[in-house]
Structure formats: C-alpha cells, structure tokens
Design a protein around this ligand. Structure first.
Ligand code: E4P
Length: 221
C-alpha cells in the first residue's frame, strides 16, 4: 500500500515530503477551505511541491460537461501531466463525467464512494482510482474497512484496471486495517501520518542507544 497526504497545508506538506515516502497529495473543497486562501493561490504551490508524484484535485462543477471543462482548464493552466487526477464524485453526472474525462485523456479518481457497487460502476466507467470513505462509513455504524476489502477483492476478481484509494481516516487503526484488506493506497491527514510512523518505545529505545554509545563510538565520519 502506498501513502498520499490528504492535506493542502503547505507547511505540513513540506514537512512530510522531507522524510515520509509519500506518493502524492489529495484535496477536496473542505481541505482547501481549511487553508482560508483561494484555490488560485494554493494550487500552484501544490503543483510545485508534488513534483512528479500524484496530484488528485476535486472538480466542483455539478454537470458532467462542466467537470470536463474544469479538468481541462486545470491541466492547461498549470501544465499538469499524467500525475494529475481529476477527482469526480460518483453522482449521476459524475459517472457520465468519468467517461468523458477519461476519453479526453485525463486521469480520473472517482470519489465520495460508500459502497462496493458504486466503486465497481466507477471502475467500469474507467476511473483510475476509486476512493471509498472509511471513517464516514464507520461514523454511520457501517463498516468502512469491509467496504474497502470488497472493492479491492472485486477489482482483483474481475481484472479491472482501477485501484483503491482509501480515504477519510480518523485513526491509525483504520489505516492499518485497510492495508490488511488489500487497499492499493491510503490518503491520510498530516496528524495521522505522523502518528502512524511513530511509537514511544522507538523513542525510548533510541534514547538508550544514544546513552550507551557515549564515549565508545570513536570512529570519525
Ligand atoms: C479524500 O481526499 C477525501 O475527500 C477525504 O479523505 C475525506 O475525508 P474526511 O471524511 O475526513 O473529510
């Protein structure tokens, strides 16, 4: 499973790209709104930071033709290449847009997925990635991990080209569990990425190693 950062905060992304083996960035309108800056200010910075890793940007139009225009405009204005993915919510218009955008040569991530069937339809429509929302499912007494598992299993079973981009996490355990049920990727907030890579016993072990090494390691480097 690969990791993406589910944030548009430039300071967080700079810190993450410094040390974490990230494969890209995902955003949605809520993530952009949290930055209190217009998209025209944020997007160029994301493009610069992400380099040749993946950049998934959500389209905000409600009609399929407008989603296509939006995706084309982003691609042209910011010179985006194959690492750009137009995130399309799986509404009726969204399903239509997935096919139109794919036909135009732009990559697509189907988003706001809550069932295995929505994911299967999106995959059949040609979406490169399908994004089920784990925590939002868990919050309504449903089973996010189970849905992700069904989607990963179906993609494998039917030999589809789509991959799972598990999204919406509030705990490290949710990320851990989607990796066990075959999710190809997880897009995770800064806070949870920081938590999942750390453990207090790692810190105490390193402190003890440093203490034991004092005065003994005399080889210069
Ligand atoms: C992906 O980018 C999704 O939009 C995002 O993970 C949703 O997360 P949330 O449920 O925490 O808002």
């Amino acid at each position: 499973m690969i990791y993406l950062a589910d944030t548009a905060n430039i300071e967080e992304l700079k810190k993450l790209f410094y040390y974490f083996p990230l494969e890209g960035i995902t955003t949605n309108p809520t993530i952009i709104a949290a930055e209190n800056k217009p998209m025209s200010e944020i997007l160029p910075q994301l493009v610069e930071l992400v380099g040749d890793k993946m950049l998934h940007v959500q389209m905000i139009s409600s009609k399929a033709v407008d989603m296509l225009r939006e995706a084309k405009a982003y691609k042209k204005k910011y010179g985006l290449g194959d690492n750009f993915f137009a995130k399309i919510p799986v509404t009726e218009e969204g399903f239509k847009a997935i096919r139109m955008i794919k036909d135009s040569g732009i990559n697509v991530t189907a988003t706001a997925i809550f069932t295995q069937q929505q994911a299967l339809v999106a995959a059949r429509a040609g979406a490169d990635w399908v994004a089920p929302y784990v925590n939002r499912l868990d919050n309504i007494s449903s089973h996010g991990i189970e849905v992700v598992g069904y989607i990963a299993q179906s993609i494998k079973q039917y030999g589809l080209n789509s991959k799972v981009l598990a999204a919406s996490f509030k705990t490290v355990d949710q990320v851990h569990r989607v990796s066990l049920v075959g999710s190809h990727s997880a897009t995770v907030s800064y806070e949870i990425l920081e938590r999942l890579r750390s453990h207090p016993m790692t810190d105490t072990s390193v402190e003890a190693f440093e203490k034991d090494a004092e005065g003994l390691y005399d080889i210069e480097f």
